[in-house]
Design a protein around this ligand. Sequence first.
Ligand code: UT7
Length: 322
Amino acid sequence: MTRYSRVIGTGGYLPEEVRTNEQISQTVDTSDSWIIERTGIKSRRIAGADETASSMAEIAARQAIAAANCDPEEIDLIIVATGTPDRVYPSTGCLLQRRLGIKNCVAFDVQAACSGSIFALSIADQYIKSGAAKKVLVVGSEICSRLVDWTDRGTCILFGDGAGAVLLGASDDAGILSTHIHSDGEYEELLYCPNPQVAIEANKDEAGYIKMRGNEVFKVAVNTLGRIVDETLAANNMQQSDVDWLVPHQANTRIIAATAKKLKMSMNNVILTLENQGNTSSASVLLALNEGIRDGRIQRGQVVLLEAFGAGFTWGSALIKY
Ligand code: UT7
């Protein structure tokens, strides 16, 4: 009998502070109308001074664990996707394990930028399918606001903070149908964030802020996400019409609309959160999944396509029967 990874609980957390386009347009040369038209974003959340990726991950994770009615000690593996870890080490996964008070599990981080939660889901699925784990907690948690240069209008309008979580459990009933992950390191210069403290001498003066050639990233993202839709459907012998929901990475409404078009899907079947969250990097897909499940739009038995694209470049998808 096939063994599946089934979604048994989800959670999400957004920090309290709301930063609107209006507020940003007071410090850089931009406008509310430009940001809405070019990205779909109206506001984003900003983490408080005492918050970290692990503190936000804990809140989202506890929600997912409660939703699954699971004893935390049953969790075999914690995978945290983050590009904004509390510390270089220990991993944010280990810090989360401590916060959750779980003694007997393995915990580690995955770094795949905005595709991080899809990469983490893919790894979790391999562990469950192989029988190596029965319950896996996957969390995406990001404090993008601390990696953003708030004087760079090309990036500071886009990003936000938050955490999303999903608890997967082994099941004989269908769950994750397939995952597909890819990397292409050729595109480093289009989107990267320096780490000045450990950089080679020649790069030490480069500030540790996100650097992006947005327009070029945009074009690659649209083409690549189109291809991953084809790949995912073909692997499952499915048609566009078999997919009930698209839960995309929330980078730009225009990129999401292009993927929905590829699926011949109405935007009514897309879970959109970026309007009030911006791009929360590896947290965005899990935050959107949590929202769609909690508000009752995504129903048990429906087919959900998760996808993401990010620095690396990295990209991936997960097709789930919820
Ligand atoms: O999540 C990981 C992956 N990241 C992404 O997927 C992001 C992908 N990229 C994007 O979402 C879009 O490229 C942006 C929203 C970043 C930019 O939109 P665009 O339509 O690609 O604009 P552009 O970079 O081609 O710039 C068009 C114009 C330029 O002015 P000129 O040269 O035409 O005079 C920019 O200087 O818009 C200008 N511009 C702005 N104007 C007002 C760039 N940023 C802004 C801004 N406000 N914030």
